[in-house]
Design a binder for this molecule. Sequence first.
Ligand SMILES: NC(=O)c1ccc[n+]([C@@H]2O[C@H](COP(=O)([O-])OP(=O)(O)OC[C@H]3O[C@@H](n4cnc5c(N)ncnc54)[C@H](OP(=O)(O)O)[C@@H]3O)[C@@H](O)[C@H]2O)c1
Length: 317
Amino acid sequence: MSSPFSRILITGAHGFLGHHVLPQLRAAFPEAELVAVGRKDYELLDPGVPARMFRDIQPDAVVHMAAKSGGILDNRQRPADYFYNNLAMNTVVLHEAYKAGVKKLVTFMGGCSYPATAVSPIGEDQMWNGLPQIDSAGYSVAKKMLLMQSWAYRKQYGFNSVVLVPGNVYGEWDNFNLTQAHVIAALLRKYQEAKERGQAEIKAFGTGRPTRDFVYAGDVAATVPWFLAHYDSSDPVNISSGTRISIKELAEAIRNVTGFPGRIAWDTTQPDGQMDKIFDVTRLHSLGLTCSTPLEAGLRRTLAWFVQARDKGEVKL
Ligand SMILES: NC(=O)c1ccc[n+]([C@@H]2O[C@H](COP(=O)([O-])OP(=O)(O)OC[C@H]3O[C@@H](n4cnc5c(N)ncnc54)[C@H](OP(=O)(O)O)[C@@H]3O)[C@@H](O)[C@H]2O)c1
């Protein structure tokens, strides 16, 4: 792809998705200069810093991934922090990008911003039908404002921004801290450690019947150059596999991948949570894009990364 941009600024570049997005941008736009920044370069909550970042770097395109993200326990305890950090950062970054004359900005919200009552497969048209699940609403409602800001700045100023909605993302560089991790990272770690300890049994919560879809981070990242170059709309796009899998099937796949030889004991007295949560990927497919890494292949890559990074002391446990 020949680059329509000469300098692309990437915020949150050293986070989970950032590690996947950077090589995709490098491959897609070899002649563009990539400027990857993290919090120690520019603290985006400090007044004046986002404006300084745009003055210093003068990008013509931005991939904005800086965000305060965390696990459900932390979200429950500190909803104000999740709300303020994300709303403040996003509002100012998009505003300063518009003021700096940026030609295109791509950013992310999350599938958790959909209403708690959304019906699967969850299409983009359900976004405004109700309040998201309350446990992470501080985060998810703040992130949702990106959609309104993208629409408003496009309408009033012609500012070209795009908001992508990844589903349940997993992959290398994910967060494996058990109080913060999402389900795949948490299970990979639990099963791997159970195997290493020679444990006979692993407890699993609920019946295992609820269904979800999962998307490999490399697949999400691979769509970013295309959106940067070709998609000029504030209509959100779900980025997911759209493949339905039960929690029981996921647990079996993880047992397979880790080689844990023991038993999985399902504690059916524990609640199952939402029974079915699948994202509708019709819009993504209509753009000629898919997220098609098979779950088992993605799990193997993620596990291999986790084991070697953990053994080198590079994972926050
Ligand atoms: N991971 C998922 O499952 C998922 C799903 C859907 C959507 N998303 C969205 O995708 C984007 C990237 O997510 P991720 O999983 O890569 O998140 P992540 O690993 O937490 O990375 C976010 C990055 O943002 C930076 N950051 C946080 N606060 C900042 C601040 N005040 N100033 C400057 N930088 C700051 C952090 O930099 P430091 O490392 O320097 O602190 C961090 O590297 C986010 O918008 C997220 O909401 C993620």
